[in-house]
Design a protein around this ligand. Structure first.
Ligand SMILES: *Cc1c(COP(=O)(O)O)cnc(C)c1O
Length: 829
């Protein structure tokens, strides 16, 4: 079988590496180096060869007549040819331009295309390295495609809708992703030339081979199918020198015809006094593109690098086989790690070795979860790895598209993470229950079996939970069978405007400040800075926000009458602080007042946005945002606390259905007030809950008084609770609860919600009525104040610390709800 032969071969190669490694790579003593995708390592014989070469020759600046200069020139030209041979590229068909690194090669192509009379359009693959993505900023139009979209294009669909354009097009993609090792077909470069769009446009292809060539042979022998431009960095193949190359198919040299800049060495004559004229060198492309003095010594070192490398490792095909063997071993080793509860330790993003024959480079990208399922912070892994002598890479690894696809991060989430302070390499790398980067372990020519095995062992030793942790649901004996369920969940993205009902089956995040997206925006009076509310502007209830996560937008509709010049719908990005990102909305900070409290909210400057709201409400106002995580006046705290009537009622008594809790007696709880809980723009507390049993009881009362029933919507609750099937629920029993468990999350009750006549606004029609306030004041008044519903906040459960649940608390419609009373005693309802 081929696999056994390959293994046999690889094991043999491994033995050879083990024999020479101490001599050739003395810097590896005591270290396990697994960042070959960052750079591979140079061997001792390369450095010695290079030193000898440097010491025994006199190298001058090339291109003059002296012997030392001639020596440099000829060495450079020999090495140039050798580079072409290394990639099986015919010197009649390809030219090599020496550059600082792969990125410089990309920039050279970009600069040339940008100078073309019509500029260029740009198509790049989702897994592109950051250095390829930046090209888009110079293009007239650009688009990022994933695999199926590229295949669609190759089958005939033009990626840009107006295909009438005859502007040249550049297609760029990596031969191998630097993030997870996934490889992309070399045939794409050829197929794009035959795609429909190429009939109308000149189409160039740029292959980023920087990651691929480090451990695989790149064969450019078939010129007709080869990419037009190939970029790479030699340090990734040989460890040294720090030099790169741009290989250009001569057929595509015209791309450089409009390049404007010229530097020393690239021109035959320059006239600059009185007249401005220059004659570019014309024989070889590289003569025109290599501005200034070449990296002569690096090119000489490259010659030595190729010698030494060949001597140690043989061919690139041998290296490919050896590294594939090692990375498979690493992949399966990490994949097989299990916690005591049977859950996998590593979530691997790299393609599985058996799924792709030759389809992946020797890279394993992954993240770690603990036994209960919570993600382990990357910075924590990195610290421990450092301590233990492992050299790995963690984070975004310069591949934003690959990361967002692997971690399923939407653009708005990445922008949110950025706005909330996340940067490449920061400590806070788990946001909203998702990792923000990956751990990348990559092997190279001089890696050994013992390198990958000791890394797997390291992960096993520190991250496998052998003990079976109790599942958090069973951990609390206080609670009995759930008597309630979550009937509905609603958030109010714009304060005082309509609600967004969370669809069934959707996980909704619970944050310390409240439910995700609740009351993050508001409307601010342009003159006074007051935050508008429904009491003054009842039509705000007809402004309906919709959270569109697919497009990363908050879409807003007005359901009332709109004048012809007002759009039916408006949208603003969900990502915070749009000013940081290129976006049509620029926000500026200003001071506003909500509930008499001074706050700093960021107002949108867009006249279109503010015109929409001002016209609808008939008052000059601006949309503003009050994002989570603010400081000073960008931060608010909850004011809710237990009311006296509740403290009395929470003493366990047997409730009679329909009865109201006992009248108040003992003092207020001061300790409650002392705890500071953050809120956004809600009036008093993070979360407001109501019970359908209480709404029904109230409606019965209203009807008895001859009034019209009200909808639960008037109370603008976040969480509506209802009795489980066939169970009965005492109305207003929520006043006596001290805590709630929803699903597997605990909430702490913060006191009853005081009501005003805003509950009289019909949320469907914006009409004002008498009810339910009239009946509420008769039946629900305590010490002169009217209460309905209950404030609460998320209360992380200590038993569940370090679990997936605690890291990213969520609730859903239909979740079971278990209330608890003071002293953990239950009432049967
Ligand atoms: C390393 C790498 C680059 C960037 O190389 P530089 O030497 O930093 O210019 C670009 N693309 C890929 C796929 C890489 O692996």
């Amino acid at each position: 079988m081929t696999s056994t032969r390959r293994e046999g071969h690889s094991a043999g190669y491994n033995g050879a590496v083990e024999r020479f490694r101490d001599d050739e790579y003395p810097m590896l003593r005591g270290a396990v180096y697994l960042d070959h995708a960052g750079t591979t390592l140079y061997c001792k014989s390369l450095m010695e060869r290079f030193t000898r070469d440097m010491m025994s020759n006199l190298f001058g600046n090339p291109h003059s007549a002296s012997a030392s200069s001639q020596l440099s020139t000829s060495r450079v030209e020999d090495t140039r040819l050798r580079v072409l041979q290394f990639f099986n590229a015919d010197p009649d068909e390809f030219d090599v331009v020496f550059v600082a690194n792969a990125t410089s090669g990309i920039k050279l192509v970009t600069e040339a295309l940008r100078s073309l009379p019509a500029g260029f359009d740009y198509v790049y693959h989702q897994s592109s390295h950051t250095s390829l993505i930046g090209v888009r900023e110079e293009a007239r139009n650009s688009i990022c495609l994933d695999d199926p979209q590229v295949e669609g294009w190759l089958k005939g669909r033009d990626p840009f809708s107006d295909d009438s354009d005859d502007r040249p097009l550049l297609f760029a993609y990596p031969a191998q992703s630097n993030m997870d090792g996934q490889r992309y077909p070399l045939r794409w470069a050829d197929q794009v030339r035959h795609a429909g769009s190429s009939r109308t446009r000149r189409t160039y292809t740029l292959l980023d081979a920087a990651a691929f060539v480090s451990s695989s042979p790149l064969d450019l022998s078939r010129v007709e199918t080869a990419p037009d431009f190939v970029v790479l960095s030699f340090y990734k193949i040989f460890g040294f020198p720090d030099l790169g190359a741009l290989l250009v198919r001569r057929e595509a040299e015209d791309a450089f015809s409009s390049r404007k800049y010229f530097g020393g060495g690239t021109v035959d004559m320059v006239v600059c006094v009185k007249e401005q004229w220059h004659a570019p060198k014309s024989q070889f492309l590289h003569e025109r593109l290599e501005d200034g003095t070449l990296a002569i010594h690096s090119i000489i070192a490259l010659d030595a690098a190729m010698d030494a490398h060949q001597q140690l490792f043989g061919s690139m095909a041998d290296i490919a086989a050896h590294t594939a063997f090692l990375s498979q071993r690493l992949y399966y080793g990490l994949q097989s790690l299990r916690h005591g509860n049977g859950e996998p330790v590593c979530t691997i993003y790299s393609p599985s070795p058996e799924r792709c024959s030759g389809g992946a480079g020797p890279v394993v990208a992954f993240n770690i979860r603990n036994g209960p399922g919570a993600w382990i912070s990357l910075s924590e892994v990195e610290k421990l790895a450092n301590l233990k002598g492992f050299h790995i890479r963690t984070g975004g690894v310069c591949n934003p598209g690959g990361i967002s696809a692997a971690l399923r991060l939407e653009p708005w989430e990445m922008k949110r993470n950025f706005s909330s302070g996340f940067r490449c390499g920061t400590e806070n790398d788990i946001i909203a229950g998702k990792p923000t980067g990956v751990i990348r372990a990559s092997v190279g020519a001089m890696s050994t079996v013992s390198d990958v095995d000791s890394f797997t062992e390291f992960i096993r030793e520190f991250y496998v939970d052998d003990k079976l942790p109790p599942t958090p649901l069973e951990a609390t004996p206080k609670l009995q069978l759930a008597s309630l369920r979550v009937h509905s969940i609603c958030v109010y993205p714009i304060k005082s405007c309509g609600g967004f009902e969370v669809p069934g089956g959707v996980d909704w995040e619970v944050r310390p400040e409240g439910l995700a997206w609740d009351r993050e925006w508001c409307l601010v009076h342009q003159g006074s800075g007051q935050v508008l509310n429904q009491k003054r502007y009842p039509r705000m209830s007809l402004i309906r926000p919709f959270l569109d996560f697919e497009h990363g937008q908050l879409r807003v509709r007005y359901t009332g009458y709109t004048p012809a010049d007002v759009p039916r719908e408006l949208s603003v990005p969900l990502s915070q602080n749009p000013a940081v990102f290129r976006s049509s909305d620029t926000t500026r900070s200003r001071s506003s007042r909500v509930c008499g409290e001074e706050i700093i909210a960021k107002a949108y400057a867009s006249p279109e946005v503010n015109g929409f709201f001002s016209t609808i409400l008939g008052v000059s106002c601006a949309l503003a945002r009050f994002p989570a995580g603010g400081q000073g006046k960008g931060m608010r705290h909850a004011k809710a606390h237990l009311q006296k009537h509740q403290i009395a009622a929470s003493a366990p008594t047997v409730s009679i259905p329909g009865a109201f809790p006992a009248p108040p007696s003992p003092p207020d709880s001061d300790s409650e007030k002392a705890i500071e809980r953050r809120i956004l723009l809600s009036n008093e507390s993070p979360i407001l809950a109501i019970s359908m049993a209480s709404v029904d009881a109230l409606n019965r009362e209203i009807k008895r008084n001859g009034g019209r029933e009200v909808s639960a919507a008037v109370f603008r609750a976040n969480v509506v609770l209802s009795p489980r099937l066939s169970q009965k629920q005492t109305p207003y029993v929520e006043d006596t609860w001290t805590s709630l468990r929803i699903g597997s999350h605990d909430f702490r009750m913060l006191g009853a919600c005081r009501r005003c006549h805003m509950v009289c606004i019909n949320q469907e029609t914006a009409e004002k009525n008498e009810e339910p306030f009239v009946t509420l004041s008769k039946t629900r008044r305590f010490e002169g104040k009217v209460f309905f519903g209950t404030h609460m906040c998320y209360n992380p459960n200590e038993d569940a610390m370090g679990t997936k649940h605690a890291q990213f608390p969520i609730i859903r419609v239909g979740d079971e709800v278990q209330p608890a009373w003071t002293c953990g005693e239950e009432l049967s309802c």
